[in-house]
Design a binder for this molecule. Sequence first.
Ligand code: GLP
Length: 264
Amino acid sequence: MLVLLNSSYEELSREAARIVEGAVRSKPSVTLGLATGSTTLGMYKELGRLHREQALDFSKVATFNLDEYLGLAAEHPQSFHCFMWENFFAHVNVEPGNIHIPDGTIAGDYEEYCSAYERAIREAGGIDLQILGIGRNGHVGFNEPTSSFGSRTRLKVLTNETLEDNRRFFGAGEEMPQCAITMGIGTILEAKKILLLATGAAKAETVAEAIEGPITASVTASCLQLHPDATFVIDEAAGARLKQRDYYRRVMEMTARFTPNRLL
Ligand code: GLP
């Protein structure tokens, strides 16, 4: 695992965008796994700028989003569909036909729908680069604590902590979805490369658990310890509880010197 410590949120956003840019430039038909959440906003903004000012071309890129709230239509302002269009797709040239986001309005055969989502990922050749945020309870996607490391795309009931964290985005009195469709940990771990972004002091404890704690389904982000090419792109505040910060800094320096490709 690589831990890239950045001095600020702006720097981590640029660093994450730089890695996505490298993936798109080296393979124009790259398949990206995308995440929502306020942490990703700076990265998406920077990718929009790279598209406008430096001709970063997404026309052959395929995307698969991690998750969507169950019960929210694409037009709902709090849906992850809306988030993705507002903050990313409207500012770059990904072909709408190449965009995949779980449908929050499906009813009935959820298992069949989720298997079809998995099939679509496989048919696209698998995910080359997966972007992740992290919930305060250590979740990736909506893989809440106790999610199996073998889990695939499925319907997941949200924990009270996640409901509390995300309620602020919904209007007063508005009912918040209790469930989501999310890629599983097994799905995520099959991506060829994974980037997890984290910012701010509120994430420091869970980031330390994910990187330096035991591998446990109680902190599903700790699954990344099992992945051969996972990178945490974090700022100083999110990394404040890491015991091995100095070591990660030395690894960053040495990696840049000896194996710079690892940073692409
Ligand atoms: C939601 C998403 C996660 C995301 C998390 C963190 O729960 N399902 O994929 O990582 O939010 O969000 P934020 O970046 O706003 O802290």
